[in-house]
Design a protein around this ligand. Structure first.
Ligand code: URP
Ligand code: ZN
Ligand code: ZN
Length: 473
């Protein structure tokens, strides 16, 4: 059995920050202690470096048909990019097509990982777009048996992915029964559609109108609505890509009330602001993601909420469309620009440089936001997101002093631009292990595509407690 000993690193988890050795046998961690003496096949000297649990990114869109095109990273290229950035698990959104059974939707997503196999482990959420077409409530309840314990609903993208409140609420009722976690893209898609139509009619076609037609109130209204509906249904709720103060306030109020509501933000909302959308020569299209980039005031509020647990996770929402030929679909009409941005590779480096080195986040909190909390919420902890005996040996040996400048020319996604082009960051993964195998080392990929496994995710141990709370109300 392959044995690896990581010696002398600073081992960081949400609970702990201490110098220790980590011993790995096969896929798993077998010992965490100082001064381990073992006859290992491989010894990695981690002195002066951090040892972190591999990242868990619960929000990605690989090879996803959307906006008249398909995201340009598949499960091979996207997971390679993830691995270079220290992410060792992704959970991707399987999109149900209208009229498609839930089983067929999941089979279609499994085909994608068979055709373009991942280098790291992968789970799926199911995005419900047509509850009755999928087979109804009982068929939806059954997807838990296929290792899919989270259900996503889009409250925006009218005419495409958006569901009505009845579908949203009925799905929440199913989740309350099974313990699945409901995830919402919270924006008022109807109001946004009217604002877009008005803007186009007035001759406003530039990317900057993407932001102007999606004001923060549309996000706040839908966030509030989802929270209240989840409360009635009695399900647990996870609000994806929270971008602005009024939506954050809704999540914070719910959490302060003790409700089982969690909010996620994404790397781009912390670093890209609304002015990027106004960049000339169609450069602004690179920043057309949804919700749109907001103000510096919103960014400050998101950082504060990450520190004090009003927000629980930073994901990437990696949804990569090439600027040259895919974003270009909307050159004459901002509403046709495929929505989404690439950021899977630089989540850790950006958070470390701008969060930890500036004192906004402790190292332990960084680990929690990047790895442990998403693992917990999505039923993977302590297999993932932990450095503990029995956990998968998904680990990063991180050099806190290595300086790098981020450039599209050097990143590993297939996309032709980088959101953080030219940013210099201090701190970078040196070695990345996935289930005990070194997959990244010395800036090179050494793991094989195809070694990643599909993760059967049970409902989290917290499942069902929201429903239980409401019984007898
Ligand atoms: O713009 C985004 N975020 N695109 C991906 C789909 C979604 O809304 O998450
Ligand atoms: Zn979304
Ligand atoms: Zn997304």
């Amino acid at each position: 059995m392959n044995t690896v000993l990581i010696k002398g690193g600073r081992v960081i988890t949400p609970e702990d920050d201490r110098e220790a050795d980590v011993l790995i046998r096969g896929d798993v961690i077998t010992q965490v202690a100082t001064g381990i003496q073992a006859d290992a096949d491989r010894v990695i000297d981690a002195s002066g470096q951090y040892v972190l649990p591999g990242g868990v990114d619960p929000h990605t869109h690989m090879e996803m048909p959307f906006g008249g095109t398909t995201t340009c990273d598949d499960f091979t290229s996207g997971t390679v990019a993830a691995a270079f950035g220290g992410t060792t698990t992704i959970i991707d959104f399987c999109l149900q097509e209208h009229g498609q059974s839930f089983g067929d939707a999941l089979r279609a997503w499994h085909k994608k990982i068979e055709r373009c196999p991942p280098v790291i482990d992968v789970g799926f959420h199911l995005a419900v777009t047509d509850l009755d077409g999928g087979g109804g409530a009982e068929a939806l309840a059954a997807v838990g048996g296929q290792g899919v314990s989270s259900l996503k609903l889009f409250m925006a993208y009218k005419g495409a992915l958006m569901v009505d409140d009845e579908t949203l609420f009925r799905t929440m009722q199913v989740a309350a029964r099974t313990g699945a976690l409901v995830m919402v893209h919270a924006e008022n898609g109807g109001a946004i559609e009217v604002l877009i139509t008005d803007a186009i009619a007035a001759g406003h076609t530039e990317p900057v109108w993407h932001g102007r037609t999606r004001p923060p109130e549309t996000e706040a209204e839908a966030t509030n609505r989802a929270i209240q509906l989840a409360r009635i249904a009695g399900c647990r709720l996870y609000v994806v890509h929270v971008s602005c103060v009024p939506a954050l306030d809704a999540v914070a109020r719910a959490r302060a009330s003790g409700w089982e509501v969690w909010g996620e933000t994404c790397t781009q909302y912390l670093f890209v602001d609304e002015t990027a959308l106004a960049e000339p020569e169609f450069e602004g299209a690179k920043y057309v993601f949804t919700p749109p980039p907001r103000t510096e005031h919103d960014q400050d509020a998101l950082w504060a909420a990450l520190a004090d647990d009003r927000l629980s996770v930073v994901s990437s929402d990696h949804c990569a469309f090439r600027w040259q030929d895919q974003k270009a679909i909307g050159r004459d009409d901002f509403s046709k620009i495929p929505n989404g941005a690439p950021s899977i590779e630089h989540r850790l480096q950006m958070l470390h440089h701008h969060g930890v080195r500036t004192g906004k986040l402790s190292l332990s909190r960084l680990v929690e936001l990047f790895s442990s909390e998403p693992a917990r919420l999505f039923g993977l902890y302590p297999k993932k997101g932990a450095i503990a005996v029995g956990s998968d040996a998904d680990l990063i040996v991180f050099d806190p002093e290595r300086k790098e400048t981020i450039r599209a020319a050097e990143h590993h996604s297939r996309v032709d631009y980088n959101l953080f082009e030219g940013a210099t960051v201090v701190g970078a993964p040196e070695v990345v292990l996935s289930r005990g195998q070194v997959i990244i080392e010395g800036g090179a990929l050494v793991g094989n595509a195809g070694r990643g496994e599909f993760l059967q995710r049970p409902v989290s141990s917290a499942a069902g407690s929201a429903a239980a709370q409401l019984v007898g109300r």
